[in-house]
Structures are given as structure tokens and as C-alpha cells.
Design a protein around this ligand. Structure first.
Ligand SMILES: *Cc1c(COP(=O)(O)O)cnc(C)c1O
Length: 377
């Protein structure tokens, strides 16, 4: 840990070796199950790691033009593009660079499929299905919840799409295990397996928490193998979180400690701007060396350096009193963080670093005033 002492903060540090461990496990799933795994850029898009990821994964899944361009430029391999709705001004470029174009509704598919095929006759076409099986633990992350716009329900399925599609996609999970996948598949097969005969592939979406300790990898492999054998289709998985899961930290510095009923440490980072899921989900990020409030001798509320009152990370306790200038290390902050960051309140974006396998730290990117200014006018 001590080699984080001298770095400039705030800073995300992605550890190559931890990323490699995740990739190896995902590759094991690919090899044993025959599925192809692609990276969902929404959850992790630090492109300076793509050459490493490319050794294991087949490509990327993109949610629109910009992610598709990043996949095409920086990753190579297969580009799968899905968007809740495409726009006229984007569709040509998307068609040009995508191997798979996934539509959200029959309406969008009929509107754009001819244009896509004209530009890229090899593009594989798919429709996203809503299997209407809610598995997600939180409504904000539940693509199959009530009134969801994401995916086509059986009621809205138009059999004419079968003239165009090579596959079907669903995405129904969020940080979940193989048991939940099994339950979603029962609902999905029950409603849609009658349409599988002419298909080449089924994409099981993301939300598979494969790299989390305790995930039943062997069960996942079994499910995929059985599914492939039963329907003679290829299977894709497109996790995001599972790639970046526990691959690094966000390091910040204590700027001041104030006392208002309890000790409050003001850090040079922000929950709102730099750890948005801690407020949206919400969840409490682990801090290295800390306990719950009151568990150890010295308890602090950690707060961000913005003027939002609710910019709070939570309460943490330590064996030793904190001092101004101390580093605070938030664990597991590599997925769904810098891809969602903002410059809210003018706060500086954390730099991006990579810890190489030989333990050297490399600064990949530093941000400043221009990054704030450029998005305003
Ligand atoms: C967000 C998303 C993913 C990745 O989900 P994770 O929870 O990060 O694994 C995959 N596919 C689609 C369509 C998504 O929206």
C-alpha cells in the first residue's frame, strides 16, 4: 500500500494483475462453456487496458455511437451496438463499424434494418427481448421492471422481425448469480423459444457477477452448455462490472477535519461526482483499514469537497486518529465510476493510473480546468 503514499490525488488506480485474474476466469468460462464474452463499455471503458483485455475477450458491447466508435478504434474485435433508440444522424456510422446491430423494438428494427444492411451487408441483426422476469435487486437497475422501455415484450413481438434477425438479446440481471440467470432463462425460453429455430445466437446480456467470490462458475458453464446443445445456437455474455470488479481503488486525501456533532473529514474527492453509484444504488464503499462507525476507536464521516450537502461517502472508524494529509483508499472503484464522472461544482476529475504487474505506477491521464470548461459555454 505504501507506494500509494506519494501520488497526487484524487486518483483511480487500476491494477493490471487484478484485471488479468478476472480476465482469466472469464476466459475459463468461455473455454469450458463455448460462450463468447464481450466487454460492456458502460461499466468499464479504460481503453489503455484494452490491449490486455483483447487477449481474452472477443470484443465490446456499445450503447450507441460513441461507445461503438471507442470499441472500433481502441479495442478491435467484435463491435455489438445496442441503443434504446437510434437516430437518423447516427445510424450510418453505427452500421459501418458494428458487427452486430441490436434493436430495442420491432418499430426501430423495421425503420433502420434496410439502411444498416445496405451499408454493411455483413452486419448481424438482433432484437432485444424483455423476458419480463424481474431479478434485479434495485428498481433503478431493473430492465424488466414495470413500464420498462428496455427490450420487446412477447406482447409487442412482431414475427416479421424473424425475416431479419440472426439472434435475440436479453439483459435482465444486475450483480447476480447463476441461479438468477437460470430463472430468467426459464421465463425467456417459455415465451420465446418457439422463435429460436432460425437463430444463430442468443445474447444473455450482462449483470453476471462471475468474478465475485462465491459466484457459481461451474453452474454458469453448465447452463450455457445445455442451452447451446438444446437450441444449437451460439451464446454471448456481455458483462461490464465483472471485468472491472475489484481491480483497483480511488485514492483521496484528507483536506480538513471539522467537528459538528461528530468528526467530519473533507476529502479531495466526491461521492456525487466520482463515486456516483454509492449515491444512486446506494451502497457504502469499503475504505482500506477501516471499520463500521464506532467499531474502531476513531470515527469519521467522510464527505466530498463540493457544496452539495449530501455529498457523503458514509461513516468509517479507524484505530488511529486521522490527520490532515492522510490518504483514504476507497476499494473497488474501477467499474461504473470514471465512465460516469462529472465535473460538478468544478471539482477536478481524478487522474487515471495503472499499477503494472511489476508494481510500478503509471499515470495514464490527468485532468484539469480545461476538462471542466470544455463542456460549458
Ligand atoms: C449495462 C449493460 C450490460 C453490462 O451490465 P453489467 O451489470 O455491468 O455486467 C450489458 N448489456 C446491456 C444491454 C447493458 O445495458
Amino acid at each position: 500500500m505504501n507506494n500509494f503514499e506519494n501520488i497526487k490525488t484524487p486518483c483511480y488506480i487500476c491494477e493490471e494483475e487484478l484485471l488479468e485474474n478476472n480476465l482469466k476466469l472469464l476466459d475459463y468460462v468461455q473455454k469450458q462453456s463455448g460462450a463468447k464474452i464481450i466487454l460492456a463499455l458502460k461499466g468499464f471503458a479504460m481503453w489503455s487496458t484494452f490491449s490486455q483485455i483483447r487477449e481474452y475477450l472477443q470484443g465490446c458491447t456499445a450503447s450507441g455511437l460513441h461507445e461503438a466508435k471507442l470499441a472500433y478504434e481502441k479495442f478491435g474485435g467484435e463491435v455489438h451496438t445496442y441503443s434504446p433508440a437510434y437516430k437518423d444522424e447516427d445510424i450510418d456510422e453505427i452500421a459501418e463499424i458494428s458487427n452486430h446491430v441490436v434493436f430495442n423494438s420491432p418499430n426501430q428494427l423495421f425503420k433502420y434494418v434496410h439502411r444498416v444492411k445496405e451499408i454493411n451487408p455483413d452486419a448481424s441483426i438482433s432484437l432485444r427481448i424483455n423476458p419480463e422476469h424481474s431479478a434485479s435487486p434495485k428498481e433503478i437497475y431493473n430492465p424488466c421492471g414495470i413500464y420498462s422501455r428496455l427490450g420487446t415484450t412477447l406482447k409487442n413481438f412482431d414475427e416479421d422481425v424473424l425475416n431479419y434477425v440472426d439472434g435475440l438479446n436479453f439483459h435482465a440481471l444486475c450483480e447476480q448469480g447463476a441461479d438468477e440467470l437460470e430463472a430468467v432463462l426459464i421465463a425467456f425460453e417459455d415465451k420465446f423459444s418457439k422463435y429460436f429455430k432460425t437463430l444463430k445466437y442468443i445474447n444473455f446480456g450482462g449483470g453476471h457477477h462471475i468474478t465475485k467470490k462465491g459466484y457459481d462458475v461451474e453452474k454458469l458453464i453448465r447452463i450455457i452448455k445445455e442451452f447451446r446443445a438444446k437450441y444449437d445456437v451460439e451464446v454471448y455474455l456481455e458483462p461490464g462490472e465483472a471485468i472491472g470488479w475489484e481491480t483497483g481503488v480511488l485514492v483521496s486525501t484528507v483536506l480538513d477535519i471539522v467537528d459538528n456533532g461528530m468528526n467530519i473529514a473533507i476529502l479531495d474527492t466526491s461521492a456525487e461526482a466520482h463515486m456516483p453509484d454509492t449515491l444512486a444504488m446506494p451502497y457504502r464503499a469499503d475504505v482500506r483499514g477501516s471499520g463500521e462507525a464506532g467499531e474502531k476507536k476513531y470515527t469519521y464521516k467522510f464527505a466530498g469537497n463540493t457544496c452539495l450537502a449530501g455529498d457523503i461517502m458514509g461513516d468509517y472508524s479507524f484505530d488511529k486518529a486521522l490527520e490532515i494529509g492522510d490518504k483514504v483508499i476507497f476499494e473497488d472503484q474501477i467499474h461504473y465510476t470514471f465512465g460516469k464522472n462529472t465535473t460538478f461544482n468544478g471539482i477536478k476529475l481524478p487522474s487515471l493510473m495503472i499499477k503494472r504487474k511489476d508494481n510500478t505506477l503509471e499515470i495514464i491521464k490527468e485532468f484539469g480546468y480545461e476538462d471542466y470548461k470544455i463542456r460549458l459555454s
